[in-house]
Design a binder for this molecule. Structure first.
Ligand SMILES: N[C@@H](CCC(=O)N[C@@H](CS)C(=O)NCC(=O)O)C(=O)O
Length: 227
């Protein structure tokens, strides 16, 4: 197999690459990298000390040659190497909108959900300690509604964030919503109906089924942070 994807299934960035590969029908070999602590061999191919990293063995089989860090760089590479089906709009304005949503997911959503929900709950769990539910609840109740409001407005009356087909925008945003759902469930459907319907459609995509099955086993039951 030409492609090796280093990382861990619970990472929304790893999932983003896995989902794009699944949607494109490109096989890959997953290689789990434990980031707590990160091994030295991996730090060499990941200068930012982050997962995921892709290796294209047609380019290089060992060390840095053949590797690409960062989910956005990896996805852009995959789109060029395997252009059909396409997940980046061709029309310039739509492309820019799709890249904006990808950036919003990877920085804004990942920051709020990752630091405010995932870390306080999952990191202590991994270490066999009590989760910091108070921090996660505060994030859920005070910080996340602004994100939910924005996305509700963007997706209302639409099936996809950009144009009329799944794009990198939906893959990136969807993968963050999936992490949220795994740890804390989805937002209140009465308040954010379009967003929840959209998230549920992402969760049902076959391209994410095997990732979800693994992640649900690791994450166990989501916490109710709403009250
Ligand atoms: N911009 C990067 C972000 C990747 C990222 O933040 N990955 C997290 C896991 S979800 C990580 O490796 N964190 C390592 C650490 O915090 O030590 C990408 O898109 O790949």
């Amino acid at each position: 197999m030409a492609l090796i994807l280093y990382g861990a299934p619970l990472s929304p960035f790893y999932r983003k690459v896995e989902m794009l590969l699944g949607e494109k029908g490109v096989p890959f070999q997953p290689e789990v990298v434990n980031i707590l602590p990160m091994p030295d061999w991996f730090k060499e191919i990941s200068p930012a000390h982050r997962i995921p990293v892709l290796r294209d063995t047609e380019v290089g089989e060992e060390g840095v040659p053949g590797t690409i860090p960062d989910s956005s760089a990896i996805c852009a590479y995959l789109e060029q190497k395997y252009p059909e089906p396409a997940f980046y709009p061709k029309e310039p304005f739509q492309l820019a909108r799709a890249l904006w949503y990808e950036e919003y997911a990877d920085s804004e959503m990942a920051g709020a959900i990752g630091m405010g929900i995932f870390r306080p709950i999952m990191f202590p769990r991994f270490a066999g300690k009590e989760p910091d539910v108070d921090t996660a609840r505060k994030t859920w109740q005070e910080k996340l509604p602004r994100y939910f409001d924005y996305l509700e407005g963007e997706i209302s009356g639409r099936e996809f964030l950009v144009g009329d087909a799944l794009s990198i925008a939906d893959i990136a945003v969807g993968c963050q919503l999936i992490n949220l759902s795994l740890v804390a469930g989805l937002p209140d459907a009465a308040r954010w109906p379009a967003l929840v319907a959209y998230a549920e459609k992402q969760l049902a995509r076959p391209s994410i089924a095997s990732n979800l099955a693994i992640c649900r086993k690791i994450a166990k039951e989501p916490f109710d942070l709403s009250s």
